[in-house]
Design a protein around this ligand. Structure first.
Ligand code: UDP
Length: 470
């Protein structure tokens, strides 16, 4: 390969959601042409990706693209569950730090690094070695803005929160009057001096102004106020989302055949689509808590009873590792699948974008992961939110109170609440939420088309990278 062609090194978090959006970014850069792209994945996730997705055949058409893998430092039989996320990240750091140093010390190899925001050390190494770093933060911009305000909240003496969780949060401009304490990331209730999540977020936000730029998966019409605030810390903030829609639109414009486009780490169960084909339009609620959230057996049963009592048809993703404490859910899933026959259909992993695009799906009961939220917005499907970690509590509040495209169950898990919200979303309140989410969907489509801001921002990002030759 020629050395004068700019070479981008993409380094995502070892998570399904981040692998999804960063592979989409990688493909967008490949489509632009004139760039070499290396995607640095962990051995463990690369094996799963190659087994369950079509990435190999999809990326074969881009000669400038390659996968590179490193160990995450954990033994092969380590469960790597969401509950051990902090350990996975620090173990990966022990391998990735020296690896990046060596890779960047080759004076022509890499022109620009695009790491996840949590890999703060990649910014330090890039700055040390004179290689520009553009952070790709795949969480919601509103939550990233809350993160950037954490030092102010501490200075004002309001953290950690005690007392009334319904009290409104001050010191977060653009979100004042909207966010309650219970809408902040779960760790805001813990002690910032000792909590591991806080420490990681502090390191992340310190690096944002030190990086060359910042990429966010959103569009100006959705998150404009928060993007403006973030730009006061990182003027070169590129909002290029919804990234999956930007990619679909560019592939269609180039008449590149749209393959099934899966980046799954689990095997997708396509019988879910067959089952949806047999249901009537808008009649099904899709239930999924993403790739990480873990629930207790009791919570699972509250949702199950709530859904059954609502009498609304449902398609539910019960991931193999989704019960708290690593408990196997095989038996429970079998029993529930048997008992809900005729009303519900349960799979262990679904082709989610296809599911949300299906006309039989009328709503989404979600954990408010940022990818899931954007995918639902693009397909014009209103949501019921049951958020867990990181950005999900902020997002669910915005879904309900700011964008008005769904309901927020927040920290409640009760069968009667589930039943009522499902009935509301799929019945009495359906038209209002559907109308507002369909409007947002249209706006998202405009933003990624020629002349739209996400399309423009992506072009600016590509030009910026191309101008970084070493
Ligand atoms: N997803 C999927 N099939 C499923 C469940 C989830 O393909 O059965 C995908 C979904 O489309 C999304 C990602 O997994 O792109 C989950 O990301 P999100 O940010 O919503 O949540 P996280 O998994 O990080 O909590």
């Amino acid at each position: 390969m020629e050395t004068s062609i700019p070479h981008v090194l993409i380094f995502p978090l070892p998570l399904q959601s981040t692998i999804n959006s960063t592979l989409q970014l990688a493909e967008l850069l490949c489509l632009a042409g004139g760039l070499r792209v290396t995607f640095l994945n962990t051995n463990h996730n690369q094996q799963r990706l190659l087994r369950h997705s079509d990435v190999q055949s999809r990326f074969e058409q881009y000669p400038g693209f390659r996968f590179l893998t490193i160990s995450d430092g954990l033994p092969e039989d380590h469960p790597r569950s969401a509950e051990q996320f902090g350990d996975i990240i620090s173990s990966l750091q022990s391998v990735a730090e020296p690896f990046l140093k060596e890779m960047l010390s080759d004076d022509v190899a890499v022109t620009c690094v695009i790491p996840d925001g949590l890999f703060y050390y990649a910014v330090d190494i890039g700055n040390e070695m004179g290689v520009p770093v553009i952070i790709f933060d795949t969480i919601s911009p509103s939550c990233l803005w809350v993160y950037l305000c954490l030092p102010k909240l501490i200075e004002a003496g309001v953290l950690p929160f005690k007392g009334n969780l319904d009290a409104l949060v001050t010191n977060v401009p653009a979100l004042e009057g909207l966010l309650r304490r219970r809408d902040l990331p779960h760790f805001c209730l813990l002690d910032y001096r000792t909590d591991q999540n806080f420490q990681a977020v502090f390191k992340e936000i310190e690096r944002i102004p030190k990086a060359h730029g910042l990429i966010l998966n959103s569009f100006e019409d959705l998150d404009g106020p928060f993007l403006s605030c973030i730009r006061s810390y990182s003027p070169k903030t590129y909002a290029i989302g919804p990234v999956h829609l930007n990619l679909q639109t560019r592939l269609a414009a180039k008449a590149t055949p749209l393959l099934s486009s899966s980046n799954s780490l689990w095997e997708e169960d396509h019988t879910s689509i067959k089952w949806l084909d047999e249901q009537s339009i808008g009649s099904v609620i899709y239930v999924s808590f993403g790739s990480l959230a873990v629930v207790s057996r009791n919570e699972m049963l509250e949702f199950w009873h709530g859904l059954m009592n609502s009498k609304v048809k449902f398609l539910w993703v019960m991931r193999p590792n989704m019960l708290k404490g690593g408990e196997s859910h095989d038996q429970l899933m079998k029993e529930l699948a048997e008992d809900c026959k005729g009303t519900g259909y349960i799979v262990s992993w679904a082709p989610q974008k296809m599911v949300l695009a299906h006309p039989s799906v009328g709503g989404f009961l979600t954990h408010s992961g940022w990818n899931s939220t954007l995918e639902s917005v693009v397909e014009g499907k209103p949501m019921i939110c049951w958020p867990q970690y990181v950005d999900q509590r902020v997002t669910s509040r915005l879904v309900n109170e700011f964008w008005k495209i769904g309901l927020d169950m927040k920290d409640i898990c009760d069968r009667s609440v589930v039943e009522k919200m499902v009935k509301d979303l799929m019945g009495t309140k359906k038209d209002d939420y559907k109308k507002s989410v369909e409007t947002l969907s249209e706006v998202a489509k405009i933003s990624v088309r020629e002349g739209g801001l996400s399309c423009h921002n992506l072009d600016c990002l590509i030009n910026d990278i191309k101008g970084l030759a070493r």
